[in-house]
Design a protein around this ligand. Sequence first.
Ligand SMILES: NC(=O)c1ccc[n+]([C@@H]2O[C@H](COP(=O)([O-])OP(=O)(O)OC[C@H]3O[C@@H](n4cnc5c(N)ncnc54)[C@H](OP(=O)(O)O)[C@@H]3O)[C@@H](O)[C@H]2O)c1
Length: 318
Amino acid sequence: MRVFVAGASGAIGSRLVPRLIEQGHDVIGTSTSSEGAERVRAFGAGVRELDLLDARAVRRAVLETEPDAIVHQATALANVNFSRNFDRVFAQTNRLRIEGTDALLAAARAAGVWRFVGQSYASGRYIREGGWVKTERDPLDAAPVPSMRESFAAMRHLDEAVIDAGGVVLRYGGFYGDAGDGLVEPVRKRQFPIVGDGAGVTSFIHLDDAAAATVLALEHVGPGIFNVVDDEPAPVRQWLPEMAKALGAEPPRHVPRWLARVVAGDAAVMMGTESRGASNEKAKRELGWEPSHPSWRDGFAAAYGVSRPREAAEASAA
Ligand SMILES: NC(=O)c1ccc[n+]([C@@H]2O[C@H](COP(=O)([O-])OP(=O)(O)OC[C@H]3O[C@@H](n4cnc5c(N)ncnc54)[C@H](OP(=O)(O)O)[C@@H]3O)[C@@H](O)[C@H]2O)c1
């Protein structure tokens, strides 16, 4: 099919586009810059320079390229400086999730495109009560911490708008698998601590596995929400030391909740102590997807490569 990928030059788009082409799809990828467009062209895709916040241009691009399916992978998270104010950091991404989604869906309606896949997020979004691993049927956090309210509302908007249009929402785990991953520098510099008891659970996903699930999601008929995460949601106190080890960094520091709240804000405390992870059973069952990196344990080691996780080394020595 002909697939229109909004955000084709980014971390996920640049893994997705070559994979789609490899599987015989015809791809039109977008970027906002000529350098990004050049990168997308090099994958063998057709290219449109497009700002998703320009709804008329989006409509024109979709009508002119006549795709069978649209994938929304646009975010604005490159080179952001994470600060106490989570919503300020995500402001442009939130616009892409609200206005960008609406523009793409309106264009899809105008062009008669009924396959639509949107990028959403899983870790830390589910209700912070009960079990530590949530399925798509569990409620989302209805009372997010203050600094994340706008970002949670934007993701909720995307989820609901895509489902209402009969599309597929992929709630990805935290992406990793690239040397430029956002956590690499903070963990290397010991700027990412274990907060309190470090019980907050994260679900990760290797970028290659996220891309593979996205290709399969294009074949899925009807509305659907899928957690696209690995098999091992884990508390920060487990995964952070292993990531530091894989990067050859010193072990993470520990800080009490009150200090993390003052220095890093309520989002950092929530993610570090209360966040819930997500189950991938539905994606495996209904999309026929299997992650090639089922656990971040080996995934981090493969991606960052300095050392293997202790458990894996012990298991293979036994
Ligand atoms: N689930 C997750 O954990 C998650 C999700 C998203 C991102 N991230 C992380 O965030 C970091 C940055 O992500 P990234 O490298 O993908 O960069 P990014 O800046 O988030 O860009 C993603 C894509 O969106 C496009 N885009 C940005 N603004 C746009 C606009 N106004 N209109 C249309 N398209 C627009 C970009 O195109 P151009 O820049 O070419 O214009 C790019 O193709 C990476 O480390 C990534 O792994 C993580």
